[in-house]
Design a protein around this ligand. Sequence first.
Ligand SMILES: [Mg+2]
Length: 241
Amino acid sequence: MSAVTHMLATDLDGTLVGNANGLKKLIHYYDSLPYEVTLVYITGRHLASALSLINSENLPIPKLLVTDIGTGIYEGNNLHPDKEWEKKMSAGWNPESIRNIADGFPQLVPQQLPDNRRVSFEIEEKDPGIIKGFKQALVDAGIMHKFIFSSGRDIDVLPINSGKGEALKYIAAKYTDEHTSILVAGDSGNDLEMLTLGYPSVIVGNAKEELLDIEEHPMLFRATETCAGGIYQAWEHFYGA
Ligand SMILES: [Mg+2]
């Protein structure tokens, strides 16, 4: 990958995707710029699901695709998996024991996934007691993990070193330098980590409740436009002429 001068690191559902006119405008704008904006998609979806969204929404092919809330990193058109990252993810990761503990919480509906990169559930009843109890049971069992609750119903248990923030830090260290202009974009709880790394960041106008009380930082921009329309606003705000 050649030197990256500008990078958009964005979530997909509800961030890059969800406002067709805004997306058209953003892509057109990026095409008109005298520099290339390197696209990094950082999604909660698994690989096949992310690819089907990219296809159905006609999204530009990204330079890097980060899947499963930062547990998988794929590079280039041939989606070459980042082996170093894979190794990091497997350290101390024990999905079977997480599933065993979850069996004690019938309110947690396991998500069917193609691999063991993460263990995810949906919770139908909004009962903070169940979420708390599950969390505590994992801690009590001494299971190394990262726990993420988002969109009011998704519970993701991830390898300890994963998450969208860790993945973005890894990518920034590997592909950018201090001169790279970065914008991070998100709309929900699993984006929180990457939105608070200190990079110029945008919370799109349609962001979920869980991001509304996120602590302000000087590089945080709250867009009024939804999804890609908000990204466009933020790019203009930080990097516009
Ligand atoms: Mg999202």
